[in-house]
Design a protein around this ligand. Structure first.
Ligand SMILES: [Zn+2]
Length: 205
């Protein structure tokens, strides 16, 4: 069984390397099964890094770098569930998962208008996801990017709920909503296992 898994993994890695060499692709351009494989391998690293440096407890620049990297990968994990997304949608999810934290900048400058009464800015809420999803249904160009950003923002909220909480239901409620870190880690690890199984089956099949 173990030999079979290592043979399969070796097979998959060779296929990914061959696909990359053949198409000169980035992770976004890869066929979805190879993308699932790479993201499935990448995802557990978030949990490993979080165990070494508990989220937001390292020195501030390092904590920010690690946290945003984890957000980037979490965005990739969530968008990987949509098998036929365009490369640009995938990047929109990954970068959307990171760029939402720009909403902390007004507070850094001393302006409270996005944070009055909440622990994180109002844009760290389901209503922001809903607005992006709604806009993505409008008949205008590049709405797939808005869909990707909505998925990225949702992934961001999932991680932030495990690292201090977010005002998830603002403006209905200003209270922070949290989940145990183990819940987030379980979501990431289960997603990684499923992505690996799916990619293994589809590459072989
Ligand atoms: Zn955040």
């Amino acid at each position: 069984m173990r030999a079979s898994w290592s043979a399969s993994t070796g097979f998959l890695i060779r296929r990914v390397v061959a696909a990359t060499a053949q198409h000169g692709v980035t992770i976004a351009d890869m066929p979805s099964q190879y993308r699932a494989l790479l993201i499935g391998c990448l995802a557990p690293l978030i949990v490993v890094v979080d165990l070494v440096y508990p989220p937001l407890q390292a020195p501030r620049p390092l904590a920010a770098l690690l946290d945003e990297s984890a957000h980037f990968v979490t965005g990739l994990v969530l968008i990987a569930w949509f098998p036929h997304v365009r490369p640009s949608t995938l990047w929109a999810a990954a970068f959307g998962a990171v760029l939402i934290d720009l909403d902390h900048l007004p507070l850094e400058a001393g302006w409270w208008f996005l944070t009055l009464g909440t622990n994180r800015p109002y844009t760290h809420s389901l209503i922001a996801v809903g607005v992006l999803l709604l806009l993505s249904t409008f008949p205008m160009p590049r709405t797939h990017l808005l869909f990707g950003a909505a998925v990225g923002l949702l992934s961001h909220l999932i991680r932030d709920m495990a690292t201090g909480g977010v005002p998830l239901f603002w403006p209905l409620a200003a209270s922070r909503v949290t989940i145990p870190y183990a819940g987030y880690a379980a979501v990431i690890l289960v997603a990684a296992v499923v992505l690996l199984l799916v990619s293994r089956r589809s590459v072989r099949g």
